[in-house]
Write a protein that binds this ligand. Sequence first.
Ligand code: NAD
Length: 457
Amino acid sequence: MALGVGTVATELRSTFAGGKTRTFEWRVSQLKALLTISINHQKDIVEALRADLNKPEHEAFVHEIAGVISSCKLALKELRRWMKPEKVKTTMTTHPSSAEIVSEPLGVILVISTWNYPFLLSLDPVIGAIAAGNAVLLKPSEVAPATSSLLSKLLGQYMDTSAVKVVEGGVPETTALLEQRWDKMFYTGNSKVGRIILAAAAKHLTPVVLELGGKCPLVVDSNTNLEVTARRIIGGKWGCNSGQTCVSPDYVITTKAFASKLVDAISYELEKFYGKNPLQSNDMSSIINSHHFERLTKLLDDDKVSGKIVIGGQRDKANLKIAPTVVLDVPEDSLIMKEEIFGPLLPIVTVNEIEDSIRVINAKEKALAAYLFTNDKKLKEEFIRSVSAGGMSINETTLHLAERTLPFGGVGESGMGSYHGKFSFDTFSHKKSVLIRGFSGDIAARYPPYTHEKLNF
Ligand code: NAD
């Protein structure tokens, strides 16, 4: 496949140059095709996600299929408005004149996607690229092969393949793709590969969006509704793909005095959700593959961590399952506190005063998401003001990303650029400044000779 990559890119460029992707009608037809795929092939999508991740049907629908459907519907509803040039005021400097900002498509977009939400995170950027009038090439993740192959089949069947293409493959194919010239690259995945993408982009001055990850902190104040807090922590951690989610809480910070109450509440709610033997539960995804299973078990088997397990710890290698696991007061220099966990393990770090949590968070790289549970208004304001992260939810986990009126993206080590809703359209558009004048309104002082009399107005 790597051999054909140049041809694929050339074909997309020639389609874009032909102009059809710019039309309102073409954009609508392609968005409708994506909607049809998501509605008519739900069973196939659920099966692919089951094969790749053993993802429960409910999560497959709510977290992936419904997300694609709602993005398509929103784009279809708002497209005319989004495409309309935005009139802006002019000043005396250009008087008399009018001005507008015209959103024009960038050209040919490369979307490189990841495995944890392989349907949603492949198609959500594609929706934005199409809505903005671009041609697009999607490279799904080879780590979720069933979904990758289904995407290739369905997009080939339903989409205009002269303008929307899928190339399947892993590192060699992606490396070959990165050698081509693109008008924007949209990458979702880890920050090590993010650096490879950014370096490749420099060659052609290609703008990039990097949707990366990191260690998302979650702070629990003792002044909270403990039952709801515990439930929402579980929902955002184990209820999101077994913690294999970029915005899942990576570690919790609470006070020494409150930690045991929090552990008890999480333990109690976990048993209600997943039973006494969570390894047998059908309501939790498996770990994606044995490489990640080994990586996660290594984090737990670390001498600095293994004696600190207060909930869970059980694993089933044959079925790639790890029970919801909480570790208490592990040292800062343990691997589990240094690496992004991206799995069902949750360390709890304790501090003397809850305000100290902000110092702990700010000592690390900027996260993709940060969370706080509290009833304390002052603490809430302080957290929002002092913690820098891609986004945050207060008294919630992960839910800010479901709100399409909010941009979704990272900052610093967790990425650059953002998307969702209108922000997706803007991400894949160039905002062209257009100033329009008539032939009146010339001022002599603008032109030479620059005499004193002319400038003295
Ligand atoms: P992955 O292994 O699927 O890799 C992502 C993509 O990069 C794949 O398409 C893969 O083919 C490609 N790739 C891998 N190695 C490459 C190389 N050497 N050169 C070129 N391309 C290469 O996914 P992953 O990186 O394991 O994904 C998990 C990470 O993604 C976590 O850090 C997570 O937080 C992050 N993530 C971020 C978001 C977000 O929206 N910000 C969403 C999901 C996951």
